[in-house]
Design a protein around this ligand. Sequence first.
Ligand SMILES: Cc1ncc(COP(=O)(O)O)c(C=O)c1O
Length: 472
Amino acid sequence: MNSLISTEECERMPIARMHELYRRHVSSGQVTLLSAFGFGRDAVDSASGCWITLRDGRRVLDFTGGIGVLNHGHNHPRILAARRRFQELQRMEVHKNYFSPYVAALGHNLSQLLPADLDVSYFPNSGAEAVEGALKMAYKYHRGHRGTVLHSDIAFHGKLLGAGSLTTSPEVHFSFPKIPGTDSFAFDDLPSLRLALERHTTPEGGSDVYALVLEPFSASSLRECSPEFLREARRLCTEHDIVLIFDEVYTSWGRTGSLFHFMRHPGLVPDVVTTSKSFGGGKASISGYVAREPVFRRAYDSLPDATLHSTTYYGFGEETVTALEAVAITVEDDYPARARRLGARLHRGLTTLAAGHPHLVAEVRGTGALHGVVLRHGPAALDHALRLLPSSFARDPQARAKLATAAVVADLYRSHGVLTYYGSNHDLPLIAAPPLVAEDSDVDLFLEALDATLAKGMPRLLAGLVREKVAA
Ligand SMILES: Cc1ncc(COP(=O)(O)O)c(C=O)c1O
């Protein structure tokens, strides 16, 4: 007789039982990793706006923004209502034979909001799928005659084999097989990009590059491409007929202070742009890529190619209706303006904190509601702590950065009930990315907590992290 766990039992499942089931059926590594922080040992009851309520009644301020997913906060009432309506009307989920009014409307609305002729969309379910779909379109645009794709040396495009081939992040430390023809250039570095293009000139003097994939703002490192770099990349792609793909899986829908990050540069238009994360309003796993009309037409617009690229869950009903509502809220409640307001407050506060804790904070980085601090990796206390850790960890070139930032993340949670995370690229900054529904008072709470945490000094913060590890 099978004994299956019901959804009702999940609502009461003790944390020890979750750990046990994760260890047996999901990943024991995840249990070890997350348990080293307080949050890996707490069970969540519910979440609303910027706040998470734990089973024991404690409240946690969520400054991770769901790593890009929660611009609208947890369980936004309009998102819940749109989904409830869809369910109560028993609308149809799968549209493979009949047309979906929601897919039609979402494609239309995106073309209204994006500049120029970025008019044709496809809606898969994850960021990596959107990146790979965009890449395939670029390859097909060139009818398979070109074989090279360029990406930057600081890049996070996802972890599937294709998107992972373009990802250069210390988080992915194992060498998986790559799609053929990838090459990289230094982030935001024009001479390096020009050299990369020259390396792939054909004997006839043409280009072998079918696509250039780029994050205008790198959310994993909080580094931004300069306007000069972006405009010259655009010019070079136009000159060599290379499909320019901006990956805005994280930065779309207001997070950095403009609707899409690239839209702060008037007249700058990629050939394809990707989106995901808050596109789903914190509820739906939906992504998208939007192509300039001529690029789509040449790649796919014929009867034999009508289903050349498709996925089972493409344009599912409730996901799409959620995205429609998420986009409407973003526009009506002016999320870019909210991000600018939160960002200005964060920037002022973090700059003051950096001046007050010069031995710990090396740099304040970011834009809009995607800000962070880079912690100094020099304090002697880190050497002592590294000696206590397994040698495999200490050999990691990022070990010092990880340890310093993890110690701050752990104390913010343990001592102040503030949830943060750190980036996966370039100095691994501690990231503050509040939902865009956050109030000024939430930002102040976060800043006060960070000030008190940094005031403890690195030796005490590291000792706290080690104690948590022992408790785990
Ligand atoms: C810029 C960017 N592109 C692609 C991805 C991959 O998205 P997913 O994890 O949904 O595959 C991410 C995820 O963080 C991202 O930040």
